[in-house]
Design a protein around this ligand. Structure first.
Ligand code: ZN
Length: 250
């Protein structure tokens, strides 16, 4: 029980950090300066105003200085990261799968923030995530296996590149963002080729209702695909046994 609470808190702290990364880097702002502040009155937050979830609840969602409302996104993404880390631990325990699962969780949160807000997927989290996945593979399965795993990533990347290329010809505009295609490299590394393809298929099912709704409500608005792709990666990895069952039907 202690471990679960600890992992949850760790998740909320990471979530808080991801929110800063996801809202500052796309605007080419530094991660360190200026220090966390109220966006209305520039009041610099003290340490006790920076504790994930806790501070938000104590301050009742308002800035201590000017009493303007703090964005609910903060607490939402902190909670989401905490919960994803937590379920990963409960499901996998301290094993290889847990670490892969929290890397995927982190990318879920970061891609949700940047792709919904700014229609981009940052490169740096993908590079760092890829290095972590590669390192984990070496630690748990050895160097040769890690190289083979890179090949799965590359193959998935090629498939995605091809789909993007065909899509661009069919729709006469960029069908898949560069970030989605880059992310598919990690998708192949994390899930292996077969399940990566499955996650690709599954992501289109996840995206469909949103895409239809968004087309009906607002015709010109582009729909980000990244959040659905990365959620699908997490879901397929988390329920791999269930998806294995589906795969065996064919
Ligand atoms: Zn303020």
């Amino acid at each position: 029980m202690f471990m679960i609470v600890f992992i949850f808190l760790l998740g909320t702290i990471m979530g808080s950090f991801y929110y800063v990364v996801g809202t500052r880097l796309p605007n080419h702002e530094s991660l360190i300066k200026p220090r966390s502040h109220c966006t209305y009155c520039q009041h610099i937050l003290k340490w006790y105003e920076l504790i994930p979830i806790f501070s938000y609840l104590v301050l009742r969602g308002k800035c201590k200085n000017c009493h303007k409302k703090i964005s609910k996104e903060y607490i939402l993404y902190e909670l989401l990261t905490g919960i994803l880390f937590c379920v990963s631990y409960v499901k996998f325990g301290f094993q290889y799968e847990f670490f892969v699962s929290i890397i995927l969780s982190s990318l879920v949160v970061l891609i949700f923030i940047t792709d919904f807000k700014y229609m981009i997927i940052l490169d740096s989290p993908l590079v760092i995530g890829g290095i972590f996945l590669f390192g984990l593979r070496i630690i748990y399965f050895g160097f040769e296996n890690a190289i083979l795993n890179l090949l799965w990533g590359f193959l998935t990347f090629l498939v995605m590149l091809f789909i993007g290329y065909i899509g661009t010809i069919l729709f006469k505009r960029e069908a898949l963002g560069g970030g989605d295609i880059k992310f598919s490299f990690l998708l192949g590394m994390a899930l292996g080729f077969k399940y990566a393809i499955m996650a690709l298929l599954f992501s289109t099912f996840l995206a469909l209702p949103y895409a239809v709704a968004s087309m009906l409500l607002n015709k010109d608005k582009e729909v980000p695909f990244g959040p659905f792709l990365v959620s699908s990666a997490f879901i397929v990895y988390f329920f791999l046994d269930k998806f294995k069952f589906i795969l065996n039907l064919f």
